[in-house]
Design a binder for this molecule. Structure first.
Ligand code: GDP
Length: 516
């Protein structure tokens, strides 16, 4: 995939720059190579040509003096990979998108038909409803037959009150009636869904202006299809002129959509993205932050998004949340917790969305492209957990990093190494202590484990694998490398849990902050 490819290209290119101890001509050439690589990948991801050029010049202007400074300090680079989205956009997010109780705030949604407006209206309503606000929807799309039915259906599913009409044909009148009704009923958030199609663009824009004049929204939001690519710039400019929207929601970023178009829209209209649509379901809405977005674009993961998604899930199961919070407050994170979290992740929605949020996860899944491939690999991870004992699952994982003491297992592995030939491998079948989860694949995969441990490329760096790791790899029919990778993921999470724990930890701060 282009974006994941970009991550790899970038990493390789950055290594080539950081390999230079002095900012010599070679380093400068290497920097050019990085920028060329990044520019090419951004263009392939539908980012606008002029924007790529501007960004390239800006990065160059920013990076060169920084490199000189770094060189002087002899420290490693701590690059801000946020040159595209910018901090200004973050600060611009309007207060209206963080509604409060007791003050009826009107949010008007605009965008072309099919962009995902109606779906996003309900997602947004659910988002605010979950935060304890009283939310209602108004359907002002009288143009598309069935628009009201669709909103009605979505709203009913989400248990959100709605207003619309089968007979009234004037969208201005409907939206005004709806907003007035819900204002009188003291709703906190009133979301107005408008039409996205007209025979003439000018008609559509004129209608939008009239609705805006009538309902005086606190915020107008442009809903932009993430898959429109280069067209994003012109479309967002046109809507900006007509409706002066104050925020953008980019939809359909769950599929193969290239997020680059969204960046062009932000740049063209100087308007921040506030949410991303990442699926067709009610909860498939992610709060937007420039840094994780760019991180994800570059295949670097999005921990913040993951924490937020996990919190959303936790809201649905308070007992489980309380349990997890208690553990995190103490800074604890056992192997079983990772197992549970991955199980939760699997219940959280399309796997491909989520794996890209976890740093290193897509690499762990071998950059698994399709949903099926990711699921297949996730199953292997489940086999690994299934091959662990209760004590191992409830441990902090350190027993997997102890020196290999279990002589039996080491002997078994050495025996395996000697018998790498097929006939010897066949003989050893049945003698090993293999759990039923491994099934018939144990032979083939123990070869794989051997390759990982003793082949040309040695991921363990010549280190003896821990006996438990070895046993789990065998039992699960996976390789030592896969088990080690999973355990290093656990170690990373456990370290994070430690940092989050305690009174001043991130958990207490997150809990205190609440969110929009
Ligand atoms: P509208 O014409 O702008 O109101 O668009 P709709 O809300 O009717 O959406 C058009 C189609 O896009 C529908 O089939 C939605 O299910 C789908 N859709 C909307 N948002 C998303 C999203 O974030 N991801 C995916 N995969 N589909 C979406």
């Amino acid at each position: 995939m282009v974006l994941q490819d970009l991550g790899r290209r970038l990493t390789a290119a950055i290594s080539s720059v950081s390999g230079h101890s002095a900012l010599d001509e070679q380093a400068s050439l290497a920097l050019d190579a990085v920028l060329k690589s990044v520019s090419a990948a951004l263009l392939e991801s539908d980012v606008n040509v002029a924007l790529v050029k501007r960004t390239r010049d800006r990065v160059k202007k920013q990076v060169l003096p920084q490199l000189e400074e770094l060189q002087a300090k002899s420290t490693s680079a701590n690059q801000d990979h946020d040159p595209l989205a910018g901090n200004k956009a973050k600060q611009l997010i309007h207060k209206a998108m963080q509604p409060v109780k007791g003050k009826s705030q009107v949010i008007m949604m605009v965008g072309l038909q099919g962009a995902g407006k109606t779906t996003t209206c309900t997602k947004l309503a659910t988002h605010y409803q979950r935060r304890g606000l009283k939310v209602a929807l108004v359907c002002a799309d009288t143009f598309r037959a069935g628009a009201f039915d669709q909103l009605k259906q979505n709203a009913t599913r989400a248990k959100v009150p709605f207003f619309g009409s089968y007979t009234e044909t004037d969208p201005v009148s409907i939206s005004l009636q709806g907003v007035q009704k819900f204002r009188a009923e003291r709703f906190d958030v009133i979301i107005v869904d408008t039409s996205g199609r007209h025979r003439q663009e000018t008609e559509l824009f004129h209608e939008m202006e009239q609705i805006q004049d009538a309902v005086e929204p606190d915020m107008t939001v442009l809903v932009l299809d993430g898959a429109i690519g280069q067209a994003a710039e012109a479309q967002s400019r046109a809507f900006k002129e007509a409706s002066n929207f104050g925020a953008i929601i980019v939809t359909k970023l769950d599929g193969h959509a290239k997020g680059g178009g969204a960046i062009s829209a932000v740049a063209a209209t100087s308007t921040p993205i506030i949410f991303l649509g990442v699926g067709e379901h009610l909860h498939d809405l992610e709060k937007f932050s420039p840094r994780p977005f760019v991180s994800k674009l570059l295949g670097m993961g999005d921990m913040q998004g993951l924490v937020e998604r996990a919190q959303e899930m936790a809201l649905a199961d308070p007992a489980r949340q309380e349990n997890m919070m208690k553990k995190l407050e103490k800074g604890e994170f056992t192997v079983r917790d990772l197992k549970d979290q991955l199980q939760t992740v699997m219940n959280m929605g399309p796997l491909s969305n989520l794996t890209s949020m976890i740093p290193g996860m897509s690499d762990m899944l071998g950059g698994a492209g399709g949903e099926g491939e990711a699921a297949r690999r996730m199953k292997r991870v489940a086999f690994i957990f299934d091959s662990m004992t209760t004590a191992e699952l409830d441990s902090d994982g350190s027993m997997f990093r102890d020196d290999p003491k279990d002589k039996k297992a080491i002997e078994a592995r050495d025996k395996d190494k000697k018998g790498k030939g097929k006939e010897v491998a066949a003989k050893s079948k049945g003698k090993e202590n293999v759990s039923p989860a491994a099934g018939d694949s144990s032979d083939g995969d123990s070869d794989e484990a051997d390759e990982a441990g003793g082949g040309d490329v040695d991921p363990l760096g010549g280190r003896e694998p821990n006996a438990r790791v070895l046993r789990v790899a065998r039992g699960s029919g996976t390789s030592v490398q896969e088990v080690e990778e999973l355990l290093s993921q656990h170690l990373m999470f456990a370290k994070m849990a430690k940092r989050m724990g305690g009174k001043n930890g991130m958990m207490s701060k997150l809990a205190a902050r609440g969110g929009p």
